[in-house]
Design a protein around this ligand. Structure first.
Ligand code: S3P
Length: 450
């Protein structure tokens, strides 16, 4: 996995117009869940378009370690032979989740209501991230936890023999926390209720219903989402086609917007409402973005997104929009560097606990490239239109999205931009560098010919 391999220094330089039609890999959130829910179903789930990145291969390994069989076939599709809810086996060795917050947190939920002991480890980035947000509600459901480093990895959990259903109000905007509690609720007798004051991505809810769970979502008088799940359903295997990841599509889209003359089409992208806050923001900034060929696939809206070079202007991005674009602030800050005026991003507290402290990592990266910005506790303001930008080396802190964002910057900046380690890109978007080249991006990998 990249976190153990040697750093890969990559530099991008001012490029001609980016042109072409591309597909980005499958959605990371849906890929994780396809393997996990397939493992909990009885029978064989078939998956087309699975994201084959380190994070997802880690989840496949985790599901295999508890008795499922996740397998890739010659035609590129994957199958998961599920063991069935309640029948997970105790793994023989610690499970390494690498860099994957979603992988480990959702699996904690699954393991929590099975009477097995599981030790989970991760890379340096994942070992710094808070796990208490997931472990606390799981403890309430009867799970035993041994995590000596203040609820950080490595951690061992011993799932409850007789788990207790809970009603849990998620204290932060986190789909991972919501999902962990719901997944623990799957093998728990009775009704598990999760109250979500701020709506976050709803893949767990939608996909569990698809797999046959009895799950309902209602909006209460306070406007909160109330999700109720009846425990111990028999989950039925599914045929899943994973749509393109909007969080990966964000990089070529912004690259096209900031590189003069560009016209790029990204085909087959997931357009779930909880995932397209960046597109809303870019349109407000004046981006020439159109969605073509809108269609439905597996209960989700998908479409082809065309982005052309645009004159952007700064905007204020409201805090309420953060959950629908939580992974997109690093690349938005690059678009903001090319916009006229200031872009204010509000409500960014969750960025502090991503693969890196993304707020700080973005601010330091912008500063290293002479782009004026002000980092607040949970805000970022970027002033666009500065001249002489670029020329810096960016520390990526094992964060794939920091690496990709600053490589996009280098395509349109006055001077080249270097990232100290692009290896973590393999956690979510292994084809990023070849796709960038295919579109006409100029990049060089240290030790390789450009
Ligand atoms: C994810 C939820 C988000 C997001 C992550 C994927 C998911 O994390 O940042 O990349 O698949 O549930 P939080 O729920 O912690 O915000």
């Amino acid at each position: 996995m990249s976190h153990n391999s040697s750093p890969q220094t990559v530099t991008t330089t001012k490029s001609e117009a980016l042109k072409g039609s591309i597909r980005v890999p499958g959605d990371k959130s849906i890929s994780h869940r396809s393997l996990m829910f397939g493992a909990l179903a009885v029978g064989q789930t078939k998956i087309e378009g699975l994201l084959e990145s380190e994070d997802i291969l880690g989840t496949a390994g985790a599901m295999n370690a508890v008795g499922a069989v996740c397998k890739k076939h010659d035609d590129g599709t994957w199958t998961v032979d599920g063991v069935g809810l309640g029948s997970l086996m105790e793994p023989e060795a610690p499970i390494d989740f690498g860099n994957a917050g979603t992988g480990v947190r959702l699996c904690m939920g699954i393991f929590a209501s099975h009477p097995i002991a599981v030790t989970m480890v991760g890379d340096a980035s994942l070992s710094r991230r808070p796990m208490g947000r997931v472990l606390d509600p799981l403890r309430e459901m009867g799970t035993e936890v041994i995590a000596r480093r203040g609820d950080r990895l490595p951690a061992t959990i011993r799932g409850a023999q007789t788990p207790l259903p809970t009603t849990y109000r998620v204290p932060m905007a986190s789909a991972q926390v919501k999902s962990a509690v719901l997944l623990a609720g799957l093998n728990t007798p009775g009704t598990t209720t999760v109250i979500e004051p701020v709506a976050t991505r709803d893949h767990t809810e939608k996909m569990l219903v698809g797999f046959g769970a009895d799950l309902k979502v209602e909006i209460n008088d306070a406007g909160e989402r109330v999700i109720t799940l009846q425990g111990q359903p028999e989950l039925k295997p599914q045929n899943i086609t994973v749509p393109g990841d909007p969080s990966s599509a964000a990089f070529p889209i912004v690259a096209a917007l900031i590189t003069p003359g560009s016209d790029v089409l990204v085909e087959g992208v997931l357009l779930n409402e909880q995932r397209i806050g960046l597109i809303t923001t870019l349109l407000e900034m004046g981006a020439d973005i159109t969605v073509e060929n809108e269609r439905e696939s597996g209960g989700e809206k998908i479409g082809d997104i065309r982005a052309k070079h645009s004159a952007l202007k700064g905007v204020t991005v409201p805090a309420e929009r953060a959950p629908s674009m939580i992974d997109e602030y690093p690349i938005l800050s690059i678009a903001a560097a090319f916009a006229e005026g200031e872009t204010h991003m509000l409500g960014l507290e969750e960025l502090r606990v991503k693969e890196s402290d993304r707020l700080a990592a973005v601010a330091r990266g912008l500063e290293a490239n002479n782009i004026p910005c002000v980092e607040g506790e949970d805000t970022l303001t970027v002033t666009g239109g500065a001249t002489g930008i670029g020329g810096g080396t960016v520390e990526t802190h094992l964060d794939h999205r920091i690496a990709m964002s600053f490589l996009v910057l280098g395509l349109a900046a006055d001077k080249s931009v270097t990232v100290d380690d692009a290896a973590p890109i393999a956690t979510s978007f292994p084809t990023f560098l070849p796709l960038l080249k295919e579109l006409g991006g100029k990049l060089s990998v240290q030790g390789e010919n450009a």
